[in-house]
Design a protein around this ligand. Structure first.
Ligand SMILES: Cc1cc2nc3c(=O)[nH]c(=O)nc-3n(C[C@H](O)[C@H](O)[C@H](O)COP(=O)(O)OP(=O)(O)OC[C@H]3O[C@@H](n4cnc5c(N)ncnc54)[C@H](O)[C@@H]3O)c2cc1C
Length: 444
């Protein structure tokens, strides 16, 4: 039987740690101290060799600040999954787009509008703003199917994942009424204006200044790496509304909704190493932004920005960027896969599945109204490491001649190799994420 790779409705049931073989153990993240060691469980001198069995039990019982409660998708998600698959099959049969690897690299306003018409943008938002009042888990299901199929989701991605939820949490009623319905129809697109030429990881050092003027703010400064600013309508832009206070660097920041067509906004392309125009440099020269476009409270920008991070870092886009290559690898196995390839595929699938369970668990916490930034940082760091490893393994496992025989293999590999270096930068670098994780573990 040929190998297949699918986020199958029946697969992945149960908790890997709480398996019948291991016996019941406390789920990872329950805030309990390890029970006293029993014979054979310890790592000390003179103890029997540590088996995987005991290692898993020990790790599961450790006190840890991370919570990854096991989560099973409810039946409505599996019904929805089949609906999304049918839609995607129809789109592919009509050759409306071809599968791409990276969620940010391909986009189409037409595709976003078709998705909006199905109710698959702003799925969790209130109906009065055009949303579907569906669960985060249903949204998760739609997202992972779109990404696994390589659909061109880039245009509405930021608005759906980040800007809309931010407006729902901190925006005014007028802002929600003005912006959310257009986002859910797949017609209004947003960018993120955080990074600046000298401020990336250290966001608190941004220098773009918003000076109060009659009826609003006058904004001057420069933003960089602003994805899709040339195609979006608005950018939620982080600005300084008060001078930097060395004792409290996070104070004095605010978020403004910037109209990307406003006078004084210049958007210049930055071409990435794949030769594509995805991100930009934005120069803001005395741009007027009305006070109604302030999101939340003036000075609360830092708190608001960090609340976006769990949405930004934990989704399946953090481990599915190389999915087309993984699919091609499965196809390369054919009916009689080489043992080396089979072994590698087994390992990769296990890693993918673990990441998915972790990411799902974060989705469950978001559903419960929590802000699991620590867990999200871990999902992104491990997810990025996994997705960066896939093209490397593909290159060594399948000879070039064989790759040329498999539909889409070379193209997906080329695209993935060119985009992979950016995965550990966008949304927070590896070092920054590991710093957050270390702090969460009490190590710094
Ligand atoms: C594809 C892509 C899309 C992007 N889209 C957007 C967007 O739409 N909007 C937006 O605002 N930004 C965007 N960014 C920018 C991204 O958020 C930044 O690149 C990222 O935050 C890193 O900032 P930097 O590039 O200034 O690097 P720096 O912060 O200068 O970091 C350089 C290196 O130093 C390390 N480093 C920095 N500080 C520390 C520290 N304290 N401890 C240890 N190591 C450290 C970093 O890990 C990194 O390796 C995008 C980036 C990419 C690659």
């Amino acid at each position: 039987m040929p190998l297949t790779l699918s986020l199958s409705p029946r697969a992945g049931r149960g908790n890997a740690v709480d398996s019948p073989r291991l016996g019941p153990v406390t789920p990872i993240g329950c805030n309990r101290s390890p029970s006293p060691r029993k014979r054979g469980e310890g790592w000390g001198e003179g103890q029997p060799a540590l088996t995987t069995h005991y290692a898993l039990r020990y790790v599961a019982r450790m006190t840890t600040p991370f919570r990854f409660d096991p989560l099973e998708l409810p039946p409505e998600c599996e019904a929805l999954r089949l609906e999304v698959r049918a839609f995607l099959a129809e789109e592919l049969a009509a050759e409306r787009w071809s599968p791409n690897s990276d969620f940010g690299s391909h986009r189409g306003a037409d595709f976003s509008a078709r998705l909006g018409a199905r109710g698959w943008i702003g799925m969790t938002w209130p109906k009065k703003y055009g949303g579907g009042e569906r669960s985060f888990l249903e949204r998760y299901t739609v997202t992972e199917e779109l990404l696994a199929a390589g659909a061109p989701v880039g245009s509405h991605w930021i608005a759906d994942r980040q800007s809309g939820p931010l407006l729902l949490r901190y925006g005014s009623e007028a802002q929600r009424e003005e912006f959310l319905p257009g986002i859910t129809r797949g017609e209004t697109f947003f960018s993120i204006g955080m990074s600046e030429p000298d401020s990336g990881s250290d966001l608190a050092s941004i220098r773009t200044r918003a000076t109060p003027v009659c009826g609003g703010y006058e904004v001057t400064g420069a933003k960089v790496w602003t994805s899709y600013a040339h195609e979006s309508h608005y950018a939620i832009t982080l600005v300084r509304t008060a001078p930097l206070d060395a004792k409290n660097r996070h104070a004095g920041l605010s978020q403004l909704i910037l109209d990307l067509k406003a006078p004084g906004v210049s958007i210049r392309p930055i071409i990435n190493q794949a030769g594509e125009h995805d991100f930009n440099e934005m120069v803001l020269d005395r741009v007027f932004i009305p006070s109604e476009r302030l999101v939340g409270q003036e000075g609360d920008g830092w708190k608001q920005v960090t609340s976006e991070l769990a949405f930004e870092r934990s989704g399946p886009e953090r481990f599915l960027s190389a999915h087309q290559v993984l699919r091609a690898l499965v196809a390369a196995g054919g009916d009689n896969p080489d043992p080396l390839l089979l072994d590698a595929l087994g390992r990769m699938t296990a890693q993918l599945w673990t990441l998915r369970q972790m990411s799902l668990s974060v989705a469950g916490m978001l559903q419960a109204g929590e802000l699991p930034n620590l867990e999200a940082a871990l999902v992104k760091d491990l997810g990025n490491a996994f997705e960066r490893s896939v093209p490397e393994r593909a290159r060594t496992l399948v000879p070039r001649r064989r790759r040329a025989e498999i539909d889409g293999f070379d193209g997906a590999l080329r695209e993935t190799v060119l985009y992979a270096p950016s995965w550990t930068l966008r949304g927070g670098t590896r070092e920054i994420l590991r710093g957050i994780i270390a702090r969460g573990l009490g190590l710094r």
